[in-house]
Design a protein around this ligand. Sequence first.
Ligand SMILES: [Zn+2]
Length: 452
Amino acid sequence: MTRRTRAVKRGGRRLLITGAEAVITSADGPVYAPGEVAVEDGRIVAVGQAGSTAASWRPHEVIRADGAVVIPGLVNAHTHSPMVLLRGYAEDMAFHPWLAAVQAMEENFLPEDIYWGAQLAIAEQFRFGVTTFAEMYFGMAGVARAVAETGARAVLSRGLIGVARNADAMLAEGLAFCREWQGAAEGRITTMMGPHAPYTCPPKYLERVVAAAAELGVGLHIHLSESRREQEEHLVQYGETPTATVARAGIFTRPVLIAHFVYATPADLELVAEARAGIAHCPTSNLKLANGVAPVVRWLSAGVAVGLGTDGAASNNDLDLWEEMRLASLLAKGTTGDPVALPAAAAFHLATAGGAAAVGLGEVTGRLAPGFAADLVLVDWTGPHLCPTHRYLSNLVFAAHGTDVRLTMVAGRVVYDRGAFPTLEIERVKAEVVRRAERLARSATPAGSGRE
Ligand SMILES: [Zn+2]
């Protein structure tokens, strides 16, 4: 295991994944059954029927994928990874009190809490086949360090609160973070500016964030129209929707990743579609905080790049994107009254290439094709719940679970293999998180505790 991982890490190494029951290249691309994937220097160089790789191309290493289906690595298009420290902490609360409870806890976070929280979140995502995640948080150097060390791919942004006392310092920190980390970790890290939301970032502040993003040449990651209360209060305060306000502040002059967008109007959607912004659909978080169900079918009809997000573990409570994939489809069917809405292929697209496009990595990851990064997952196909296979995508979306992931690879490097995490010390990570979560719970204000 370790030997193989080390071999794959070295530049120019050739790796063949072969013997797979099937290779699903994308939601709309070819399926090779049985199939194989050839990887060189962390990139896919060939995908095809088993035995189709040129005989002259000799791999240094072979990974057998018998009894497994190979799929592109999943993309978690919106999360706050260190929030795993708050997993199960503030439960069954209304949205705004929940947010207050969470923020009270977060005030006591130390930089090392964030680092260890991010390590745990990355481990959990590897275990569930997530190879890329889009993140907005504070103390982002700790997250970036965890990404660099564990081998994940991530789109990172420092969350910015324009109404905070230290709003200017945050902006400067966000800018410095992008400068330091854009393209870091062999290109696995990209960065964005992260204005938290219209209700925490007034228009004047947003304009400064947009100017900074333009100067840096990066995009923006923002929460938009997440709750009914946000939408209604914004309408009262500004006489227009949150989307209209942020549009006037110029955010759509940059690539934008929007989280939630549940209460947006058709005119808002038009703005977003025209701007070619991406949206992260977060069905579990929206349900758990009773923020409703986003009209994802309408977004797709408008041609918007849509991905799936778990959001933070404080509102989910896991980072299992398979649940989001299935929920997205079931909710679309249930809320539109149309059983044809968001079929398996569309849901699988959201979790892979759709998410990659939404976070600005549509040319990098999310598909198994020559030139793309070797970000891929072996799904164990031997369980009774995956038998028989009439259609691979139906089983993947409606029957498979995150726990069926056997092996996860990012940029040609194995990061999860049957319970082992070759790039991180999982027992130490868990112990650090337990210890730190206990300290944080003890130090939180009584009003911040939803546990009793
Ligand atoms: Zn969020």
